[in-house]
Design a protein around this ligand. Structure first.
Ligand code: CA2
Length: 149
């Protein structure tokens, strides 16, 4: 069974270590453990990664085309800036769900635009770490309905 790639962008390695008022107490390791437990309950495999580099994130999206059955992506700040990430996601034809911990629409206006949303099946934001679990539910449903689970 191919895994669902869960890709995390810049600064998310600081989760739980800085700005707990915005992003909560959970570390990136806690978040990975939460995703592993949820994936197990859904009978799915995951490959959970974080990078601070735009090019690496794009390389992982390309790799996902042949090695993953779906993508869950928190592009972090690249969500709002990266045409390259938009183009990479547009080029892959496996289901993609955009996630954010915070409700980006309740924050600064520059966070209201996403280059990922137009090329994603769906978007989940504002539920903290639970956003990732909801995204796993959503992608598992897509995979089942398309016979790819
Ligand atoms: O809410 C989200 O998940 C975001 O993708 C997080 C990004 C932000 O740029 C997006 O607008 C929304 C920021 C990730 C940085 O995470 C930090 C965690 C702890 C301390 C500092 C940054």
């Amino acid at each position: 069974m191919k895994p669902i790639y869960i890709l995390n962008g810049p600064n998310l390695n600081l989760l739980g270590l800085r700005e707990p008022n915005v992003y909560g107490q959970e570390t990136i390791t806690d978040l990975e453990a939460r995703c592993l437990a949820k994936a197990k309950a859904l009978g799915q495999q995951i490959d959970f990664r974080q990078t601070n580099t735009e090019g690496e994130l794009i390389d992982w999206v390309h790799e996902a085309q042949s090695k993953a059955c779906g993508i869950i992506i928190n592009g972090a700040a690249y969500t709002h800036t990266s045409v390259a990430l938009h183009d990479a996601l547009k080029a892959v034809n496996i289901p993609t769900v955009e996630v954010h911990l915070s409700n980006v629409y309740a924050r600064e206006p520059f966070r209201h635009h996403s280059y990922i949303s137009p090329v994603a099946h769906g978007v989940i934001c504002g539920f903290g770490g639970q956003s990732y679990e909801l995204a796993l539910d959503g992608i598992a449903r897509i995979l089942k309905s398309t016979g790819k689970a």
